[in-house]
Every structure is written in C-alpha cells, then in structure tokens.
Design a protein around this ligand. Structure first.
Ligand code: NAD
Length: 256
C-alpha cells in the first residue's frame, strides 16, 4: 500500500515511534529513523521488512539539526511523504517545583519540533499533492493530569497545531491528524512505574495496576502495534478526508 513512499518517524529508536515505523514499513514504506540510544537494533528490525532504512540522529530540541535531518531525508529518498512527529519526553513535578529547563526541553521536543519538521516537509508534500502528517499527541492533549504541566501544555498545543495544519492544507492531498494514546508501556512510562513503585514501596506489577486503575477504564495498555495500525489507516486512501482529528486510543480515559 505504501511502496515507493518514504516515512520519517521522529523518536523511532524506541517505543511507539519504532512500532509505527515497523507498521509503515510493513506496508512497504521506506523509513527514516531518528532518536537516541541503540540504532542498529531498530534499523535491523525495520530493514527485515524489506524496505530501505535511513537514520538521522538530529536532536529534536534543536531547529538547525531538524533542518539538517529533513535535508538528509530529501537527498537520500527524494521526498518525505509521511511525517510522524513522535519524539517526546516527560517530567513529573508540581508547577512550583518544575525545573524551568525541563519545561523548555519538553516544549521544544514535544511541540516546537513538530512545527519545524512540518514547515520543512510541507512544500514537497504540496508539490506532490499527497502527504500525511501524524502528530503523536496524547490523551494529555485532551485532558490534564496533575504534575504534568509542560507535557499537558505541549500536547494540547500539538493538537492545536494539528488542526491548523489540517485546515491550511484542506483542499490538497495533504492531511494532518493527531493520535492520542492513553498508557503505553514504553521506557517513558516505565520510569513513572518505577517512581511509583519506589514511592509506595510496592512491586512493579502493583505499581502498574495502580497507574492503569486511576485513569484508564480498560485497565490495559495500548500497544505500539495498535498505534501502528491506526497510523497505517491514516496513511491509507480511506483516510483521505480524515483531517484535523485528535483520535484517542486510550481505553476510555477521555470518555469519563
Ligand atoms: P520512548 O521513551 O520509548 O521513546 C521516545 C523516543 O524519542 C526515543 O526514540 C528517544 O530516543 C526519542 N527522543 C527523546 N528525546 C529526543 C530528542 N531530543 N531528539 C530526538 N529524539 C528524541 O517514549 P514513547 O512512550 O514511545 O513516546 C513516544 C511519543 O508518544 C511521545 O511523544 C510521547 O509523549 C507519546 N505518548 C506516549 C504515551 C505512553 O504511555 N508511553 C502515551 C501518550 C503519548
């Protein structure tokens, strides 16, 4: 379905980004990976699906590096047809204790990076009259939780950016939508499980049960594979007129 297309997925060396990269590669898309940590494992996992795989290690908090990454993707693959703005970090603290540098980093990585990658990807998408921009927001783009000020602000901002991007391109073949997961068991969430287990003196399993039980009625994690399947749908022709939505996959979290 996506053979001949190229997808750039930011923050795709781990978790949800890697799950989406694999799902898009499973449909034949060539992939540009980005992110920190182990690169060779993710690269091999995606290449095993029979597509071409590139990698750029741009730090998504730095606009100049995002520009270099987008230029690398264009020169290596011709064009970015699918942009998945997924890189993200978390920090949990009350506002009065929230380190200002953590606020700046979260806004830069979880929100501003999507603006930069989008503004750089749009001209070629519009010229081709086809493109897909998928922003990994969160259920925290729709509702709030205490102690997540920067994250909630960034994700609400990302849902807003999604709507503007969709509107500005509404008469073209370029769509933009947001995906809003509830809890997904990735390294980003395991840190929160570890913190809860330590603070409460409970086991890993009990910390997970508490975490899910507080907010997510299904009491189960969404998986990177399920999120990958939603991204594939948004890239399909059935998604041609899905524009500016914030689609939660959250076990009923935001329905409450
Ligand atoms: P993760 O920690 O498993 O992966 C994050 C990825 O981003 C990694 O590849 C990491 O290397 C990369 N990254 C971090 N900082 C970067 C930077 N400065 N430059 C480039 N890459 C950077 O996290 P995840 O849970 O897979 O999260 C992915 C996205 O999904 C994030 O935007 C997150 O907010 C969102 N999300 C996660 C959950 C969840 O429960 N895990 C829920 C809702 C939304």
């Amino acid at each position: 379905m996506l053979r001949g297309k190229t997808a750039l997925v930011t923050g795709s060396t781990s978790g949800i980004g890697l799950g989406i990269a694999r799902a898009l590669a499973g449909q034949g898309a060539n992939i540009v990976l980005n992110g920190f940590g182990d690169v060779e494992g993710p690269r091999a996992a995606v290449a095993a699906l029979g597509v071409q795989v590139g990698y750029h290690g741009a730090d998504m908090s730095r606009p100049a590096e995002i520009e270099t990454m987008m230029a690398y993707a264009a020169s290596t693959f011709g064009r970015v047809d699918i942009l998945v703005n997924n890189a993200g970090i978390q920090h949990v603290a009350r506002i009065e204790n929230f380190p200002p540098e953590r606020w700046d980093a979260i806004i830069a990585i979880n929100l501003s990076s999507a603006f930069h990658a989008t503004r750089l990807a749009l001209p070629a998408m519009r010229e081709a009259n086809w493109g897909r921009i998928i922003n990994l927001a969160s259920v925290h783009g729709l509702v709030a939780s205490a102690e997540k000020s920067a994250y909630v602000a960034a994700k609400h901002g990302l849902v807003g950016l999604t709507k503007v991007t969709a509107l500005e391109n509404a008469t073209t073949g370029v769509t933009c939508n947001a995906i809003c997961p509830g809890w997904v068991l990735t390294p980003l969430v395991q840190k929160q499980v570890d913190a809860r287990a330590a603070a409460q003196g409970v086991s890993n399993d009990e910390a997970i049960r508490q975490l899910l039980g507080e907010k997510e009625p299904s009491v189960q994690f969404t998986t990177p594979e399920e999120l990958g399947a939603l991204a594939v749908f948004l890239c399909s022709s059935a998604g041609n007129n899905v524009r500016g939505v914030a689609w939660n996959m959250d076990g009923g979290w935001a329905a409450q």
